[in-house]
Ligand binder design. Sequence first.
Ligand SMILES: *Cc1c(COP(=O)(O)O)cnc(C)c1O
Length: 370
Amino acid sequence: MIPIANPIFAKNTSKYLNECLKTGWVSSKGPFVERFERKFATYVGTKYAVSCTSGTAALHLSLVALNVGPGDEVITTAFTMISPVFAILYTGATPVLLDVDHMTWNMDVSQIEKKITKKTKAIIVVHIYGHPADMDPIMALAKKYNLFVVEDGAEALGSEYKGRKIGSIGHVSCFSFYANKLITTGEGGMVVTSNKNIAGTLGSLRDMAHSPRKRFIHMQLAFNYRMTNFQAALGLAQLEIVEKLLVKKRRIAYYYTQFLKHQEGLQLPAELSWAKNSYWMYAVLVKKSPKISKSVLQAALADKHIGTRDFFVPMHQQPALLSLGLFKNDRYPVAEDISKRGMYLPSGPHINRSEIKTVCDIIQHQYERV
Ligand SMILES: *Cc1c(COP(=O)(O)O)cnc(C)c1O
């Protein structure tokens, strides 16, 4: 059996977790939280990092810290895991969607400007499946129209845009440490920024906005989104091997590409000249053909106990959002198309070359049969 993803745990994991037990620091006020935050900020290349309970919480905190609220519009991509759109809605703001680029599946930057209105306050840029979005034009528009840029790097920790790590380019950036992300804390998230005021606000919002003078006097509506010392201990151990994990992901992608590059029925993941792709998942598009469809390939793989996953369903087709009256007559043709034809192949760090070859042989065999 080859699962779609599964975590690897670093050597120091049990040592750090035991330290939490021995010292009794199990809640959020423990030394690992600060150590994890400091090391994470250094890794991404920002001045500050504020840990929290999930990637979704990180996005919510970011928007609240940037004063996004009712009456504001936030532009994001139609093709994403739903968290950015949920986070926008938590604040009472309105999500505005963009279609995506057919190569990278990230927001089509040529369409941003026409979506900007007087109400636009921010852009949430999702780096999908590990490929960075085209940040320069986004930052230029943000400057021109005085908008905040929030990077959602949940799927792209370690990816680079023109030699800079993603997460260090926008005003605020968010990460997730769910089990299938590059590094995991079980559940967890992080917001990074180099703006001292925003970092202070984020820290306060995550922890109930206690008055700095007197605890339990609360200065504004806030949240308990605190990461535990346990989670941070796990995260610190993972972060110590992040480069190793990244090399593994890129090697997995290399093997898949070697075995599949002559298969004309598939569009393989892109890595544009200015990009370093972290290949969070090895994602492929099944090209339109009367003979073979995505479901045929998925069934053949499932038959051999090999997991695959469909691409995300676009935001304008999500029942939760349609039931709120959003995106009623919206069409995002590229997002709709790739969602139907896209799947990702097993990409967990345990998978080895021969297992990857097995997966690819099964795919090749299906094309040879027809
Ligand atoms: C995983 C993910 C999130 C949410 O992270 P959680 O920790 O599961 O809340 C947000 N955005 C993207 C793009 C993701 O892939």
